[in-house]
Design a protein around this ligand. Structure first.
Ligand code: SF4
Length: 442
């Protein structure tokens, strides 16, 4: 990734692989051999001022989307779900007693998946009552929750509000019934409007809708319609992902069967242009672009603590199968099969699959990469926290990216131009340590 040609080539078809960078060092460097580091992390005192967040993973979905690469379960019955949720409570009880966590209260809580809204109102209430009894949420400034429109009705949405959710995110992805069906989404187009109205009526602090640019069979006309429908709903926040086709997706399996090297979705240039057009339209309607993926109506009021705290080094206690945690500088991920997870919990073992203890330098790079996705990095933050002058350390890379028109910088700030922001994940590899640059970043 060392030239314009590579970062933003003229034609760049969507091939298989992960494009989105969500952590650093990459997951492929985390290892089962490092599990002991997880124990050690929880024995550390909490004396560094890091905020605490809790992530709860609900791995159940009504149907598997064709672009999904998560391990999700579409066939679990109520007692199996209960067994899973009980295991996550046992996991929380154990960690809440460890020196690193004991006595702290979460600043933010996140329910992700899978589909958290797959759970019934009763299941959600029971689960969260238990969680709050172990680690009280009374100081949490944000409780975020992912909802699949087809699972939401006014009663369910009220239950979600009643458990304390402040930020509800609707996985709309597309407004067209045919495209939703073709991509394997479980919800129907009209359910988007019903779910949105039910959510509006509950007056959440923040309502977000997710869209995906470049779903199977997306067209220019339909993408414009997605933008128009979004503007009509006028949510507090809009998040737009560019479709990637990781290994382990149904789409990739079909590519393997047919021998195709290129996924049957729009090129990266087209997807970027679609996001740009959406951002332009949202800005014209009063929104502010606050990252490479998000636009918000009121940037003073609409924050996303889960992202912002995580990207500035918060501790994140992940619960449940395949969840990802970051505690006292140690990354780890839980095992990704429910049976393995519940068995480990029953035996009183850590359900950890792989881990990595990061160095101070890796933590600095991680925060820098993640903050670049916001489109602005304050140089002073890194001087104070890591004693690193980014402008000196990355003189060569910054100069090159500035010359290519992706960003501008001075001694105090690095600012990505819209062109850079739209392909920010492609630019970040330049800042990796050499040992972490691999052909396949996952
Ligand atoms: S709803 Fe999300 S987690 Fe569930 S199958 Fe679809 S993409 Fe995967």
């Amino acid at each position: 990734m060392s030239s314009t040609t590579e970062a933003e080539p003229k034609t760049n078809p969507t091939e298989v692989g992960n494009y989105f960078i969500s952590n650093y060092p990459p997951f492929s460097f985390w290892s089962p051999d490092n599990k002991k580091d997880v124990d050690d992390a929880f024995q550390q005192p909490h004396d560094d001022g890091a905020a605490l967040g809790v992530y709860h993973h609900i791995p159940f979905c009504r149907k598997r989307c064709h672009f999904c690469y998560f391990r999700v379960y579409t066939d679990k019955n109520a007692s199996e779900i209960k067994e899973y949720l009980d295991s996550t409570i046992t996991e929380l009880k154990y960690f809440a007693k460890q020196p690193r966590i004991a006595g702290r209260k979460p600043k933010f809580v996140y329910f992700g998946g899978g589909t958290p809204s797959y759970l019934s109102g009763k299941q959600l209430t029971e689960l969260t009552d238990q969680m709050k009894a172990i680690l009280p949420w009374d100081e949490a400034e944000e409780v975020a929750f992912e909802g699949e429109p087809g699972t939401l009705n006014p009663r369910k949405v009220k239950a979600i509000k009643d458990i304390g959710v402040t930020r509800l995110s609707l996985g709309v992805e597309n407004f067209d019934a045919r495209i939703l069906e073709l991509n394997g989404r479980a919800h129907k187009a009209d359910e988007v409007y019903m779910a949105y109205e039910a959510a509006k009526n509950q007056d959440f602090d923040q309502l977000n809708i997710d869209l995906i640019a470049g779903m199977l069979d997306e067209t220019e006309i339909n993408w414009q319609r997605n933008i128009e429908e979004t503007l009509k709903l006028r949510p507090d926040c809009v998040t737009i992902y560019q479709m990637e086709i990781p290994y382990n997706t149904t789409i990739y399996k079909e590519m393997q069967t047919s021998g195709a090297l290129v996924a049957p979705v729009a090129d990266w240039q087209v997807k970027r242009r679609w996001v740009k057009e959406a951002f332009d339209a949202l800005e014209s309607a009063g929104y502010t672009v606050t990252s490479g993926y998000t636009a918000v109506l009121n940037p003073d009021k609409t924050k996303f603590l889960y992202r912002d705290e995580l990207w500035t080094g918060a501790d994140l206690l992940g619960l449940g199968v395949a969840s990802i945690s970051h505690i006292a500088g140690v990354h780890y991920q839980n095992v990704n099969e429910i049976a393995q997870y519940t068995e480990a919990i029953e035996k009183g073992e850590l359900p950890v699959h792989r881990a990595l203890k990061t160095s101070q330098e890796e933590r600095m790079i991680r925060e820098f990469l993640l903050q670049m996705k916001l489109g602005h990095v304050a140089v002073s933050y890194f001087k104070i926290k890591f004693s690193v002058n980014l402008i000196e350390r990355y003189a060569e890379q910054l100069k090159e990216l500035a010359e290519e028109g992706f960003l501008e910088y001075d001694s105090e700030n690095i600012r990505l131009h819209r062109r850079g922001l739209l392909c920010v994940d492609n630019l970040l590899f330049k800042f990796f340590l050499p040992e972490h640059v691999t052909s396949r970043i996952v």
